[in-house]
Ligand binder design. Sequence first.
Ligand SMILES: Cc1cc2nc3c(=O)[nH]c(=O)nc-3n(C[C@H](O)[C@H](O)[C@H](O)COP(=O)(O)O)c2cc1C
Length: 321
Amino acid sequence: MKTSITELLNIKYPIFQGGMAWVADGDLAGAVSNAGGLGIIGGGNAPKEVVKANIDRVKAITDKPFGVNIMLLSPFADDIVDLVIEEGVKVVTTGAGNPGKYMERLHAAGITVIPVVPSVALAKRMEKLGVDAVIAEGMEAGGHIGKLTTMTLVRQVVDAVTIPVIGAGGVADGRGAAAVFMLGAEAVQVGTRFVVATESNAHPAFKERILKAKDIDSVVSASVVGHPVRALKNKLSTAYSQAEKDFLAGKKTAEEIEELGAGALKNAVVDGDVVNGSVMAGQIAGLVSKEESCEDILKDIYYGAANVIRQEALRWADVPE
Ligand SMILES: Cc1cc2nc3c(=O)[nH]c(=O)nc-3n(C[C@H](O)[C@H](O)[C@H](O)COP(=O)(O)O)c2cc1C
């Protein structure tokens, strides 16, 4: 089974492991790439040396293609662009901004550039810039999100651009992946389910919260200041919600709300403080109930999608054209 994305990137499965700050290190990305998906290191706000160590780790695990997610708002974004070029990284995904000023150098180095987009307008703008594909990420996803759902966004982005579209947000198994392929995607990106992979170094308490989560356990915080983020409910999300009310009443500034998020993801992922930290996870956490290897996760999604698509095709086979 081939798609324009498996061909473009030379990978076996049309499945990306999302580049997640603090979670997606060299161990996780290396395991995913080695098993045939596209592992992506989450650059986050990390300095060059940290990302370099993760790239070294992936290279020690596998010689298959992998990616680096560059957060364009990071103070180290310029350094990370230099680094991926120096290190011969094959794929860069970008978040939180416009990769325009880096495009020429990344392409000259033979790097495939794939921004994450939350809307049709941004997808079109990225296509004009010359990016190679886009990841259309719905608001079901964990982490920083846009306003549209995966169902509505992927469908409309597929219609609006001619480059390949990767669908993200709410995909954790074969059925979810099959649905996104039906919308016209050429690959899927999965975050939340890979957080609990055996090879993920996320703190056991962080994994436990995802494994135990129900469908309604995530909330969106900080929308009022324009940076909505989805995470599981806890003391931090309650504090956010109070601060947002205070902001609307003119009793708190935008900076004070942003402050709440500072260092919060690291607190939860690295130190295991799932009460005061940010337990970023998607709505699909309710379906994620087992810690498994990256290889098993990839196979479950891939063969699960194939089975459900085959069954569905059979049901429809007798309907006249
Ligand atoms: C803990 C966590 C951290 C994330 N950090 C980033 C990030 O740094 N950059 C980014 O582009 N996406 C980030 N994401 C989004 C994922 O890359 C992915 O697109 C998303 O999780 C897919 O939706 P799902 O959670 O429903 O699988 C993060 C997601 C999670 C759960």
